[in-house]
Design a protein around this ligand. Structure first.
Ligand code: BG6
Length: 512
């Protein structure tokens, strides 16, 4: 039986809230199943859900791809991916049950006969496995393939469910490359699927620590009174990666850091940090508050001083060469795509007037870390003669999204022993790893389960996506007039241009 989400139903008996939500009979069809995302994230997540008892016995998994594979071979591929990447222990009993519901359909997206075969396979799962006409279609494919796949799903009748059953579609980012293309994509998908059946994945919203922003802000009484422009100086939202673009040249070149990450993950983090308390955690109430924040975002007038974009340069570490962006396989050597981006955004509301938000992201930086740092104003008066005021930093609350998930508070404390009052900055830490015994599920586990349950709060709406493009489009347009980005050194905290951007505002980046 489908258990309603605790997020959407605050009136449930509190004792019920701890019951796991288990998907009803259904199947998941993955287009683009031979891709990286599938192998590294989707297939292991499906296994982990099964292993946690969150998928029903009547569950089917169908891979659809061009390769000339049989179902038997596909089952081996899934097993290999699961063995390599599953988060929970590998159990033969889970695997045996799951693998009995796995099928493979070979075909290209423009081949109507392949979609007829898919339709037969889905019907066979309904009959033999008891999936009861409930099917989710995961588009793990480039946006250019959305129109043809959507049309084929409609033409083969796969997008229509019978009475009492459902069909849903899951769309991976990028949702376009600007507002105009995002709207085009949306038109194509909504011709085939009702908006309530469309689930857009922003995998950051599936992360436990991102959901913890809501818990931190709204389950406690001590943060909300100071969470505003009376006390907050500015907010830094950092997503740093120490890796390059991997094998994703085809996707990344021409997209760049801002479209890849700021338009979606970082603006969502910003919306959750800045929004007012929602009436409930239902999709409608959450999105209403996030939408208000995104609508209230104002870009600085002079983008040349408030938006930095740069490209990672080649670097020698001893005798070891780290390739720069232009040296990555498949990248055009004259590419102007940025691998680092930082911008200043203001939120024109009473709560945030005069408090800038600075999202930044980059590849090949000093380390992999994602965090939201709420930096507070200095105390108006510091009566400590023995402490040079510049030694004292600002108080801060840092939500550590990953790794080492948790929350840090930074504040000044008396240095022990001295005869005079000397103060130094210290940290107080909450760490998920130390406070809880269970490990956090992968974001994709949560999101796939929510789709199968038809539970939408963790999926951005079309309006949120469009508003995010409205914020980014003028910046991208400005950058497109600039030519080659400045280079920055791999393994550092990014380009001097970005440091200068904050320095002009009298601030500096945290070094997480
Ligand atoms: C993806 C981006 O959305 O997020 C990638 O396209 C990035 O470029 C990835 O590497 C990072 O995800 P995570 O969960 O490892 O922080």
């Amino acid at each position: 039986m489908h258990q309603p989400s605790p997020w959407t139903n605050p009136l449930r008996d509190p004792r019920d809230l701890r019951l796991p939500r288990i998907a009803g009979p259904c199947s998941l069809v993955i287009f683009g199943v031979t891709g990286d995302l599938s192998r590294k994230k989707l297939l292991p997540a499906v296994y982990d859900l099964a292993n946690r008892g969150l998928l029903p016995p009547s569950f089917g998994l169908i891979g659809f791809a061009r390769r000339d594979w049989t179902t038997e071979h596909f089952i081996d591929v899934v097993k290999e991916a699961v063995r390599q990447r599953c988060r929970t222990p590998f159990r033969e009993s889970t695997w045996t049950n799951l693998s009995q519901g796995i099928r493979f359909v070979q075909g290209t997206f423009d081949d109507s006969a392949a979609f007829e075969r898919l339709s037969d396979t889905v019907a066979e799962l309904d009959r033999d496995r008891g999936t009861r006409g409930n099917h989710a279609f995961y588009m793990s494919v480039p946006p250019s393939a959305f129109p043809v796949v959507s049309r084929q799903l409609a033409a083969s009748g796969l997008s229509h469910s019978g009475e009492g059953a459902w069909r849903r579609v899951i769309i991976e980012k990028p949702f376009g490359r600007d507002l105009a293309t995002a709207k085009d994509l949306d038109r194509v998908v909504s011709e085939v699927f009702d908006p309530s059946s469309v689930f857009r994945i922003d995998h950051y919203l599936g992360k436990e620590t991102v959901q913890n922003i809501l818990a931190l802000r709204f389950a406690n009484s001590m943060y909300e009174p100071i969470w505003n422009s009376n006390y907050v100086d500015h907010v830094q939202i950092t997503m740093a990666e120490d890796i390059g673009i991997g094998g994703r040249a085809g996707y990344y070149d021409g997209i760049g850091a801002a479209r890849d990450v700021i338009q979606n993950h970082l603006l969502q983090l910003m919306a959750l940090t800045a929004m007012e308390e929602p009436v409930s955690f239902s999709a409608a109430d959450l999105t209403a508050e996030k939408t208000k924040v995104l609508s209230a975002v104002r870009l600085p007038k002079d983008l040349s001083l408030n938006a930095a974009r740069d490209q990672c340069a080649e670097e020698w570490q001893g005798s070891h060469k780290i390739v720069g962006y232009l040296g990555e396989k498949g990248i055009d050597p004259s590419s102007t795509t940025e691998t680092y981006a930082a911008i200043r955004l203001d939120v024109d509301t009473r709560r945030w007037a005069g408090v800038p938000f600075y999202p930044r992201t980059g590849k090949r930086l000093g380390k992999r870390v994602t965090e939201i740092a709420v930096i507070f104003k200095r105390a108006p008066h510091l009566p400590f003669e023995q402490t040079a005021v510049r030694e004292l930093g600002n108080n801060a609350i840092v939500i550590r999204v990953q790794p080492d998930e948790g929350v840090t508070m930074r504040f000044g404390a008396k240095v022990p022993g001295g005869t005079a009052m000397e103060v130094r900055d210290v940290s107080m830490d909450f760490s998920y790893g130390r406070s809880f015994t269970e490990s956090s599920p992968e974001a994709y586990e949560r999101l796939i389960l929510d789709v199968l349950l038809g539970d939408p709060p963790l999926f951005p709406t079309t309006e949120e996506v469009n508003l995010s493009w409205r914020i980014l489009d003028p910046i991208e347009e400005f950058w497109s007039t600039l030519g080659q980005p400045q280079p920055y050194r791999s393994g550092t905290w990014g380009p001097a241009e970005s440091d200068a951007m904050l320095a002009r505002d009298g601030r500096h980046w945290r070094m997480p």
